[in-house]
Design a protein around this ligand. Structure first.
Ligand code: GDP
Length: 429
């Protein structure tokens, strides 16, 4: 039995898409377990760029089962858009391996509306959500007002659920936000049409995953976002509405803490964050801009510029702990080439105290001052390097310090967007 859970160590955008694609090529199935089309993975295969928001990037490998798990919230229009994109780009044959959980929740039009309206109302305290309705869909799931994918397959059940929920949502839209109510017929007919299009993909994915494991297949569980965006373990309230940590990934797949699970942390060679919230190592200076431009740090879903800074080793150590990481994949090492000095934060100074862990109250994290270990940079372009020993000495020192700070090995190093731009020190799958 072999399960490899992929988790982002910081605030997402660590380059999980490429690594899931890389590891996915050796797996039998790739599962997405939480989140929705607020995530964005960019994968470059033979120079061709694909952006996925819902479908696991493993879909680009023949023979790999791609599963949208129970814990996801799915916007059916966005799913169908990705299905069309694959058809148009000559990958229709891959759709036979796409499976969507009947237990996943649906993102409805009122979720998207409420996402935008609530953000607007928060004004300066806006969370910086992607506006895709993900948070409101999870709210409804917890409030037991959600509509699930399986409900779409039964006209009667869907009509009942929609009628019940819409009355309530329309009251909020109209009375709190002064918006026009949505008409039942319009939403019903749109979703009925989408339901017919997604029906061929819907199945009991938890059962499918268990039977694959019983057959001895290898599974990659693809986390979206990152540890610090976890609803419980992240920088609350500037977090996502699901659980990007490894335990959340298993939950959303329909798996328990199964023997044979390894959790791999994807860590970028520097740190970025989208949206609001604390970010101690942020650089609001030309080095931050250098990282943004060199690293193409603009959101795959929204195009928003990402905030950039030095690698935060305190957050990394925290991610090792809350995810039970066994090794790291370090991405985007190539982006640091050309910097005279590079730094890694190994502690925070907060008032008179030195912290080697995140503060208990994330609300005080903005008062944490990073304490850095400084290194000489390297001039060389490392994007063509394929063996660890061929990296410049300074880059190896940088990596080995990451191992010291995190106390786990860096198994794989990514030095470019394409699949071959990868240095493997230790096989993971
Ligand atoms: P994710 O949300 O964690 O999957 O992150 P993205 O898919 O948005 O990845 C961020 C971007 O980094 C994408 O454009 C990737 O192609 C790119 N990327 C991934 N690994 C590397 C790398 O090692 N070097 C460079 N230069 N780009 C990379």
């Amino acid at each position: 039995m072999s399960i490899c859970v992929i988790t982002g160590t910081h605030w997402g955008d660590e380059g999980k898409g490429k690594i899931v694609d890389y590891l996915g090529s050796r797996a039998d199935a790739v599962v997405r377990s939480q989140g929705g089309n607020n995530a964005g993975h960019t994968v470059v295969v033979e120079g061709e760029k694909y952006i996925f928001h819902l479908i696991p990037s493993g879909i680009l490998h023949s023979g790999i089962q791609c599963i949208l798990g129970d814990g996801m919230v799915i916007d059916p229009a966005s799913l169908i858009e990705e299905v069309h994109m694959l058809r148009e780009r000559g990958r229709e044959d891959r759709l036979k391996d796409l499976h969507v959980s009947g237990r996943a929740h649906l993102v409805m039009p009122y979720h998207r509306m409420l996402d935008g309206l609530t953000e607007k109302r928060r004004g300066n305290d806006a969370l910086g959500t992607t506006g895709k309705g993900i948070g409101p869909a999870y709210e409804d799931k917890v409030a037991r007002l959600g509509i699930r994918v399986a409900d779409l397959l039964s006209e009667k059940r869907f009509a009942e659920r929609l009628r019940y929920t819409l009355e309530y949502k329309n009251a909020i839209l109209h009375k709190i936000f002064g918006e026009q109510p949505l008409t039942f017929e319009k939403v019903y007919s749109e979703y009925k049409r989408l339901g017919e299009l997604i029906a061929p993909f819907v199945t009991d994915t938890s059962r499918l995953v268990h039977s694959l494991l019983n057959e001895g297949k290898k599974l990659v569980v693809e986390g979206a976002q990152g540890t610090m965006l976890d609803l419980d373990h992240g920088t609350y309230p500037y977090v996502t509405s699901s659980h990007p940590v490894a335990a959340g990934s298993l939950l959303g797949t329909g798996l328990g803490p199964v023997h044979g699970t390894q959790v791999i942390g994807i860590c970028k060679a520097y740190t970025t964050r989208v949206g609001e919230g604390p970010f101690p190592t942020e650089l609001s200076n030309p080095i931050g801009e250098f990282l943004r431009e060199r690293g193409g740090e603009y959101g795959a879903t929204t195009g928003r510029p990402r905030r950039c800074g030095w690698l935060d080793g305190v957050v990394l150590r925290y991610a090792v702990r809350v995810n039970a990481l066994s090794s790291l994949v370090l991405t985007k090492l190539d982006v640091l080439g050309g910097l005279e000095r590079v730094k890694i934060c190994f502690g925070y100074r907060q008032g008179d105290s030195m912290l080697d862990d995140c503060p208990l109250d994330f609300g005080t994290m903005h008062t944490c001052e990073p304490v850095y270990q400084e290194f000489a940079g390297w001039e060389e372009d490392v994007s063509k390097v394929r063996h660890y020993i061929d990296l410049p000495r300074q880059a190896r020192e940088y990596i080995e310090y990451i191992e010291d700070v995190s106390r786990i090995p860096v198994a794989i190093i990514s030095v470019g967007q394409d699949r071959p731009a990868t240095i493997t020190r230790k096989e993971i799958l």
